[in-house]
Design a protein around this ligand. Sequence first.
Ligand code: NAD
Ligand code: TDX
Length: 331
Amino acid sequence: MKSILVTGGAGFIGTNFVYFMASKGYSLRVLDKLTYAGGKDNLEPLMAAGKVDFVVGDICDAGIVKKSLSGIDAVVHFAAESHNTRSETDPGLFYNTNVDGTRVMLEESFTAGVKKFIHISTDEVYGSIVDGYFAENDKKLGDSQATSAYSKSKSQADDLAIEFGRSYPVIVLRPTNNFGPWQYPEKALPRWITNILSGSKIPLWGEGLQVRDWLFAPITSQCIEFLLQKGEAGNAYNVAANHNPEITNRKAAEWICELLGVSSDEWIEFIPDPRPNHDFRYALNVDKISQLGFKPAVDPFNQFRDTVEWYKSNTAWWKKRKEEAESIYKQ
Ligand code: NAD
Ligand code: TDX
C-alpha cells in the first residue's frame, strides 16, 4: 500500500494528509480540480522536492481518473464540495461532484484493480442528535437524516461507497468537524481567526449554543493511515474527539478570542442565524475504531492554539482567500 492517489489533495484535510504521508515516505499522486477551495500553492514545497505528483482534473471525468490511477495501490477520496452555506445556492454542483464524482472514482478504481479505497464521508450523514451518540449502523440508506444539499449529497455518496464495499475493498470514514492549518476561511474557525486578525468581529449565529466535535486535521491524517493498514474492507468507521465537556460554538469563539488576546465581550457579535435547518449537535460513538486500535490525541485548547499560530504565521495564505470567502455571506 505504498502508492496512493489522493483526490482533493489540494484542499484543507487533503493537504494535511499529503504532508503527513509524504513525511512517512509514501509515493503520492494528487488529483484535484483546483476549485476555489483547492490551492496548488499548498503543496508547492512537496512538488519541488519531487514528493508529490500533481494532476489537475475533475473526478467526474472518467478519462482523467483512469489515467491518474495508473500504478496506484490505494485511493483516499477527499474531493468534494464541502461547504453547507454554498450548497444553499448551488445544490446541483454538490450532487454532481459529491455523488457522481464518487461513483466515477469507485467504478474506475476497481476497474484498475486498486487494493483499497478510503471514502471520506462525514458525521453530517447522520444528522443532528440532541442526546447520545450515533454509531455506524445508525445511518439509514438514503439521505433522509441529512439536512442540507451538502449533507444529503454526502449521504448518497456514502451509500454508494457502502454498496461498492459489498464487492470491493472500500472503507468509509465518517469524521467530525475538522480544524487546523490550510482550512479555507469560509469555515467557522478560520473565518473567526482571520476576522479578528483583520479587525472584524466574530459573527456567532443565533445563541452560539450548537455543538461541534472539533477534530484536529493532523489526527484525521493519522486515522486514515491507520485504516489503510488495519481497516477492514466493507466497513464504515466513525472518528471523533468526544470532548468532555462538549464545546459549544460560543466556547470555541471565546477560546479564539483568548488565544488572540482580545476581549470576547467586545469581539463576539451575535447575529440572527442565517442557516436553514441549522444542525444543533453532532456526536459520534467511536467504539468501533477504538476497538480496532485507533485512539485520537484530544487536546482541543492547545490544538486551537496551534491553529491560531498557523494563521498568524501564514498571513499571505489567508489574505488572498479572505475576500472570496466573505463574499458568500454577503448575498
Ligand atoms: P475542501 O473544500 O477544503 O477541499 C476540497 C478539495 O476538493 C479542493 O482541493 C477542491 O479543489 C477539490 N475538488 C472539488 N471538486 C472537485 C472535482 N470535481 N474534482 C477534483 N477535485 C475537486 O474540503 P475539506 O474540508 O478538506 O474536506 C475534504 C473531505 O472531507 C470532503 O469529502 C468533506 O466532505 C469531508 N469532511 C470534511 C470535514 C471538515 O470539517 N472539513 C469533516 C468531515 C468530512
Ligand atoms: O461565521 C460563522 N458563525 C457561526 O456561528 C460560521 C461560518 C459558522 N457558524 C457556526 C455554524 C456551525 O454550527 O459554526 C458551526 C460550524 O460551521 P461550519 O464551519 O460552516 O461547519 P459545519 O456546517 O458544521 O460543517 C463542517 O463539518 C462537517 C464542514 O464544513 C463539513 O465539510 C463537514 O462535513
